[in-house]
Design a protein around this ligand. Structure first.
Ligand code: ADP
Ligand code: MG
Length: 248
């Protein structure tokens, strides 16, 4: 298993942000992580990346466990956090070389060159990060997440706030990366799930309420008695499933 989450709970003070969450993600899967704002998605992602510890439970990534192998685990993971924190005063290439240094990559220059090409940053690579459009900033965020060629990518709302063109481009990039990597990405866009993911996990108030492959969603929605229309697309069904499972 690439990612294994067992009985994970997280308390912030007295608030239970995650409540006994368990799931496993196999190598090469692209999984969409859905749920209303405040459901616990970012918290779960921060725990998987070893950014914060859970209150209880176990997590391992590529067989490395958060409690005993946290540093080795971080080498296997690329993380684009929700806020996409970047140093706006740094130039694109300078920033990526800095990140390559943090990862102690042997050949920093060639790693930077490769990731700039992969993420389509070439036209803007001489600019300061602060001068980039939101779409290009997001590419820099993805580049820093992937520069060390991690086996697992954790992407927290990677397409939020992008225009329709940027959205398609970033999606394509994620899909391309997903051919060789395991990806967990959170999103609010149902089309995105259909376009990019093999499977979805829906979380509500800290609990998993659905975990199914995309093709199983149709069967689930049938069982739940949704009215089916011939022209109905899967993403509308997913939306309805999402409402049903997370409205209270
Ligand atoms: P999502 O990413 O699904 O929107 P989050 O994981 O960010 O959800 O948040 C889950 C819940 O935990 C929310 O109610 C949020 O306010 C709370 N929360 C998140 N981070 C903290 C924190 N550092 N301290 C206190 N509460 C937090
Ligand atoms: Mg979040």
């Amino acid at each position: 298993m690439s990612i294994s989450v067992k009985n994970v709970s997280k308390l912030y003070g007295t608030q239970r942000a995650l409540d006994k969450v368990s799931f496993e993600i196999g190598k090469g899967e692209i999984v969409g992580f859905l749920g209303p704002n405040g459901a616990g998605k970012s918290t779960m992602m921060k725990i998987i990346t070893s950014f914060i510890p859970p209150t209880e439970g176990d997590v391992s990534v590529c067989g490395l466990d958060i409690w005993n192998d946290s540093l080795a685990l971080r080498e296997k993971v690329g993380y684009l956090s929700e806020a996409n924190p970047l140093y706006y005063d740094m130039y694109v290439r300078e920033f990526l070389e800095f990140i390559a240094g943090i990862h102690q990559l042997k050949d920093k220059k060639s790693a930077v060159k490769k990731i700039i090409k992969l993420t389509g940053l070439e036209p803007e690579m001489h600019k300061k990060i602060g001068a980039l459009s939101r779409g290009y900033k997001q590419r820099v965020g993805l580049a820093q997440a992937m520069i060390h060629d991690p086996e697992v990518l954790i992407l927290d709302e990677p397409t939020t706030g992008l225009d329709p063109n940027q959205l398609v481009e970033i999606r394509e990039l994620i899909k391309k990366s997903g051919k060789t990597k395991t990806v967990l990405l959170s999103t609010h866009i149902m089309q995105e799930v259909e376009a990019v993911c093999d499977r979805i996990i829906i979380i509500n108030k800290g609990k998993i309420v659905a975990d199914a492959k995309i093709e199983e969603i149709r069967k689930m929605t049938e069982k739940m008695g949704f009215k089916r229309q011939e022209e109905r697309t899967t993403n509308l069904e997913m939306e309805e499933l999402f409402h049903q499972l997370t409205r209270n």
